[in-house]
Structure formats: structure tokens, C-alpha cells
Design a binder for this molecule. Structure first.
Ligand code: ZN
Ligand code: ZN
Length: 208
């Protein structure tokens, strides 16, 4: 099928309409109808080729929320009609030591969504279903996207630090990632940076 997206055709250029052909999903692949997609500064880094890994034309977008519309024969954990989220990873080998420990982000064969193919600024996205995660009904589509990149990044840090209920933590610098931490843990204290901004932000999230 033909997928319509928005792409930067050269380094640092504006996004323009761009379409590409995508085959029907096979094996573990799935096709997702994009409902919403967040924007992350890594999208800008990739458009500008700041990391030297960009392939143009590049369709950014790695905070994708969408509906599964087609699945390959090996896909069992999600089904057509499910609402799923996709983050930075398109796929990984799933058999190396890091993958088997659940650290697929450290896999030598990791494929980043927007470095190895088109991302979510498009009407559809095809990728490895094993990196598409069901989104609970209680989370709205239009706010879920950032959880797939900034959200998982801070959640992972909390988890690896052994955080549990009753413990207090501080966040140094409340930016794109840190504010998500405040959003779901009002007991977290913002530290550093602009103190009065931090206080206002903290009061806001405690009220929520
Ligand atoms: Zn990101
Ligand atoms: Zn691996």
C-alpha cells in the first residue's frame, strides 16, 4: 500500500509531503493506522543529522499512537483493532544477551524507528509488532505519545534505581523528561534550574 507522510528530504530541511510503498506485513510485522504522534527533540536531531545516522528522506516521529489494522502470521500479543504505542525501537535481534535480559535498547542489532525506516509522521506505520505496546483504555490518545519516549526514559531510570512507594526522589532539571515524572509522581521534588518555575510546576501537578 502507499503510505503518505511528511519527510525532510535533505539535512535540516522543512518537512514536505512524501509517500512510499509498504508491503503487507509478514511474520512479526504489523501495520498501524497512526492516530497521533508526539514530537521529541531527537526528531530534530535526526532531521539535522546531528548524530550522523540519518538517511534521507527521513520521516520523523517516534512517539506513535495508532490502531492495528493488519498483522503478520506470527503476531499473537496484539490484534487488529487494538490501540498501541510505538517508541524509539523498530526492532532488535531478540536473541543476544542484552535482548534476553530485557535490555533490547542495548542490542548491537537494534534498529531505531526513524534511523532505519519511516517514522510516525504519516498515515500508517509498518514495524515489528514486538515493539508495539497496547495502550490502556484510561490513557487518552492525544496525550499518550510522549510516554513512549520521554516517559519510558524516566520510568526506566526510576525502576533501575529501585524506586518504590514511600521513597522520595528529586529531579535535577525539569524539562521534557522530568516534567513527565512529576505528572505521575507528585511526591517527586523538582530541583535546580529556575526555582520559582519548579515550584509553580510542582503545585500544578500536585493539584492534578
Ligand atoms: Zn524521543
Ligand atoms: Zn539483541
Amino acid at each position: 500500500m502507499k503510505i503518505q507522510g511528511l519527510a525532510a528530504k535533505t539535512k535540516g530541511s522543512q518537512l514536505e509531503a512524501y509517500s512510499y510503498e509498504s508491503p503487507s506485513p509478514e511474520n512479526f510485522q504489523c501495520l498501524i493506522k497512526v492516530l497521533a504522534c508526539g514530537i521529541c527533540h531527537s526528531d530534530i536531531h535526526m532531521i539535522d543529522n546531528d548524530w550522523g545516522i540519518s538517511n534521507y528522506p527521513i520521516i520523523p516521529g517516534h512517539e506513535v499512537i495508532g490502531e492495528v489494522v493488519e498483522i503478520g502470521s506470527q503476531v499473537h500479543h496484539i490484534k487488529v483493532g487494538d490501540r498501541v504505542g510505538v517508541g524509539w525501537q523498530r526492532t532488535a535481534c531478540l536473541s543476544c544477551r542484552d535482548c534476553l535480559r530485557g535490555n533490547e535498547n542495548l542490542c548491537n542489532d537494534i534498529q531505531a524507528l526513524i534511523a532505519t525506516g519511516p517514522g510516525g509522521f504519516a498515515d500508517y506505520l509498518e514495524m515489528d509488532s514486538r515493539f508495539a505496546f497496547p495502550i490502556p483504555d484510561g490513557i487518552k490518545t492525544n496525550v499518550a505519545g510522549p510516554l513512549l519516549c520521554g516517559g519510558i526514559t524516566v520510568y526506566s531510570a526510576l525502576r533501575y534505581a529501585g524506586m518504590g512507594s514511600g521513597l522520595e526522589i528529586g529531579i535535577i532539571g525539569v524539562g521534557g523528561l522530568g516534567h513527565l515524572n512529576l505528572a505521575w509522581r507528585p511526591s517527586v521534588l523538582p530541583m535546580g534550574g529556575n526555582a520559582s518555575f519548579n515550584c509553580k510546576l510542582h503545585r500544578l501537578y500536585v493539584k492534578m
